[in-house]
Design a protein around this ligand. Structure first.
Ligand SMILES: NC(=O)c1ccc[n+]([C@@H]2O[C@H](COP(=O)([O-])OP(=O)(O)OC[C@H]3O[C@@H](n4cnc5c(N)ncnc54)[C@H](O)[C@@H]3O)[C@@H](O)[C@H]2O)c1
Length: 263
């Protein structure tokens, strides 16, 4: 039985190039390493001067993967085409975009300022929108591609004190569908991953707050938060030939959280 051939045919990413934003962070670095492990060349993008970006680049390079870096702020919308161009210059193409850069700030709605609102939407939504547009223009000319947006539980449910973040993530879920519909004609599949509570710098305020942590673990059917690595297989699915007929979906990787809670 030829299992390796089947896996390679459906899930292999050899010859493909992925741009992963937020690659210096907890989830982005795991996704970048996972895609590289499946054979993709990976352009790692994060804020200029990001220590996380330097670390993940050095680690993946040492592991022998074909990686490069793109230092840019995704909220700098006019720079989006040059981010994509840098990937094409470094690797010859862009086949996969993982929109993972994201920020959050926990405030009650009554405390949110216009500056907080603009910063979070600027990164999580406006940045994602225009980087996807820039990448899709190249993918269209190349005959296709894959875009993976990172959503959240708040793409579909409300949690208190993350109103702006939740607005951006529910917009990302809707945008995933619209991009999927508009770009199907160009053979670009657009999907999203909705991570549950994963342990990273972004989620420290949940993990390190005893009341929030026990609330979280009590409600997750699997009774635990997730590790960044647990998103990798879903990303490979959505980046590869295996998802040739999947588009416009948001796949939640949440230990069963959105299905309900045990009593
Ligand atoms: N950790 C979780 O539990 C969780 C759950 C659901 C969704 N998410 C989403 O996953 C994504 C990654 O989050 P994480 O947990 O890895 O957080 P993280 O803070 O570890 O990583 C986020 C990365 O994005 C980068 N970034 C922030 N602003 C940027 C900008 N303007 N331009 C370029 N890069 C920028 C940061 O420098 C950082 O490296 C985010 O979109 C987040 O909303 C995380």
């Amino acid at each position: 039985m030829e299992t390796t051939g089947t896996l390679e045919r459906f899930f292999g990413l050899k010859g493909k190039t992925a741009l992963v934003t937020g690659a210096g962070g907890g989830l982005g670095s795991a996704l970048a390493e996972g895609l590289a492990g499946a054979g993709a060349a990976v352009a790692l993008a994060d804020l200029p001067g990001s220590a996380g970006l330097r670390e993940v680049h050095a680690r993946l390079e040492q592991e022998g993967y074909a990686v490069s870096t793109v230092e840019a702020d995704v909220s700098d919308v006019p720079a989006a085409p040059s981010m994509v161009q840098q990937v094409v210059d470094d690797h010859g193409s862009i086949d996969i975009l993982v929109n993972c850069a994201g920020i959050n700030r926990r405030e009650p709605i009554l405390e949110v300022t216009p500056e907080i609102f603009d910063r979070i939407t600027g990164v999580n939504l406006r940045g994602l929108y225009f980087l996807s547009q820039a990448a899709a223009r190249v993918m269209k000319d190349n005959g296709g591609g894959k875009i993976i947006n990172i959503g959240s539980l708040t793409s579909t449910i409300a949690l208190s004190e993350v109103s702006v973040y939740g607005c951006t993530k529910s917009a990302v879920a809707q945008l995933t569908k619209t991009m999927a519909v508009e770009w199907a004609q160009y053979n670009i599949q657009v999907n999203a991953i909705g991570p549950g509570f994963m342990r990273t710098a972004l989620s420290v305020p949940v993990w390190d707050n005893p009341a929030r942590r026990s609330w979280m673990e009590g409600r997750i059917p699997m009774r635990r938060g997730g590790q960044p690595d647990e998103l990798v297989a879903t990303a490979i699915l959505l980046a590869s030939q295996a998802s040739s007929y999947i588009s416009g979906q948001i796949i939640f990787v949440d230990g069963g959280f959105l299905s309900g809670s045990p009593w």
